[in-house]
Design a protein. Structure first.
Length: 461
């Protein structure tokens, strides 16, 4: 039977027995059963087309593969660790179900090109699915932005009040970050859209195969021009991990802001109870655990990327067992990223802004005075000089415990003759925001443009 004494020809009947538990990948590669069976079906159909298999043999194999898939889906498939991996487990089970013809399934292919094909199919599917998860989070951000178009809040640099902005403008910054993530994920889909099957172990095969037929059968766009590259390439896996690592940078940053905004000190938002937890000892607590975990789980995905980069960096061509380390890293990164995206989408959708705290935080924070320096520069004062004049104005207000509007005309004139009271309304937060009409700015009209662009992008497939 296939898989029984697989190495016995060269190593004897005990070949690999002691190392079997260490080298076995069936504990995790079983996740690829749908992709593996799909690849085997396409391989069988191709072998029949080129007359390596008879029509009856192909039909028997295809029916057997249907039975094997049904067992997987029902949870009744009899895994055997001594058979090492998913591929040999399927082939062995196929032999039990349909007899010796199962041994013909592996004609003209190797586990090297077989597993590479599985990974291509899996990465392509998961990159698409994850792009939809990103889009769900984008929709949540747009929903909040649309519902609070005119809400003002402090904009920050260095976590210090910088200039007032619209809350919608702040949220849309994350939308467009995530849009780049979607674009990267679709680039991964395109890069994974090729079939390595037909490369066999590394050098191709002497059988008259048609790998292009297999690729098209599986909905893949083409094949590798070089068989050694086909079996040794894991760039497409690394690209998905890299894309997800950047996704996690963005979700971690959003998670951090949610943590800050939900504190008593900020008080900008109220989180829904469904996305909060309590304390085992302090009954008053409402903790933003979902946002914290979104921040914390980024490290896992970073580690998955670095781990696979490290595994691949020193490998000469072509295939090596080191490359089976790609699967656990990939599966973990996919699962972690999908969970974070879904949790944040729910959290963002249900959070409630607190306008009184956001707008109140702008009171007396001097975040509009840049516009006063700009006004002086428009009247001919060099900007660097205007910057210093307004800096001294702020210092004077801090020393007196007052606002610029509280200073007398002589106070203003002492700072600079062109510093007049009629200029002061431009530093009001609403006026500051309204003046930011440059493309991409926080003025209401520009934010409306961004919302329209976001709506258009969300409709793109």
């Amino acid at each position: 039977m296939p898989g029984q004494g697989l190495w016995s020809g060269r190593l004897g009947d005990g070949g690999g027995a002691k190392a079997g538990g260490f080298t076995a990948s069936i504990g995790f590669d079983r996740r690829l059963f749908r992709q593996d069976i799909a690849g085997s079906r396409a391989h069988v159909r191709m072998l029949a087309r080129v007359h390596i298999l008879t029509a009856n043999e192909a039909e028997t194999l295809l029916q057997g593969l249907d039975q094997v898939q049904q067992e997987f889906e029902q949870g009744s498939f009899p895994y055997r660790i001594e058979l090492e991996d998913l591929h040999l487990n399927i082939e062995h089970r196929l032999g039990e179900l349909i007899g010796p013809v199962a041994g013909k399934l592996h004609t003209a292919r190797s586990r090297n090109d077989q597993v590479a094909l599985d990974m291509h199919l899996y990465v392509k599917e998961e990159a698409r699915r994850l792009s939809l998860g990103v889009r769900d989070l984008q929709r949540a951000l747009v929903g909040q932005a649309q519902g609070h178009r005119s809400l003002l809040m402090p904009g920050y640099t260095h976590l210090q009040h910088a200039q007032p902005v619209l809350f919608a403008h702040h949220l849309l910054a994350y939308f467009f970050m995530l849009q780049r993530d979607r674009e990267r994920l679709w680039a991964v889909v395109q890069r994974a859209d090729r079939s390595p099957l037909g490369a066999a172990a590394l050098a191709g095969t002497s059988h008259p195969v048609d790998p292009v037929l297999v690729a098209h059968d599986l909905g893949l766009g083409g094949i590798y021009p070089n068989s050694m590259d086909a079996v040794s390439d894991r760039d497409f896996v690394l690209e998905l991990l890299a894309a997800l690592a950047i996704v996690m940078v963005h979700t971690s940053r959003l998670g951090e802001e949610i943590v800050l905004w939900s504190t008593r000190e900020f008080g900008f938002i109220e989180l829904d109870d469904a996305f909060s937890t309590g304390s085992s000892i302090m009954p008053q607590k409402k903790n933003p655990d979902v946002a914290e975990l979104a921040r914390g789980k980024a490290g896992r995905v970073f580690g998955d990327l670095v781990g696979l980069l490290t595994a691949m960096k020193g490998l000469p061509l072509a295939y090596h067992s080191d490359m089976q380390e790609d699967k656990e890293a990939l599966f973990d990164a996919v699962d972690t990223s999908a969970a974070v995206l879904a949790a944040l989408a729910g959290m963002v959708t249900t959070l409630r802004p607190r306008p009184e705290r956001m707008v109140g935080a702008l009171s007396g924070d001097f975040s509009g005075v840049t516009d006063l320096a700009d006004a002086l520069s428009r009247e001919g004062v060099p900007f660097r000089e205007a910057h210093g004049i307004v800096g001294r104005l702020v210092r004077l207000c801090l020393d007196r415990g007052c606002l610029p509007q509280d200073l007398s005309d002589p106070d203003l004139a002492a700072l600079h003759p062109r510093l007049r009271r009629d200029l002061l309304p431009i530093i009001e937060p609403t006026n500051v925001v309204a003046s930011r009409r440059s493309p991409g700015g926080t003025a209401p009209g520009r934010v409306e443009e961004q919302l329209q662009e976001a709506a258009r992008l969300l409709e793109e497939d």
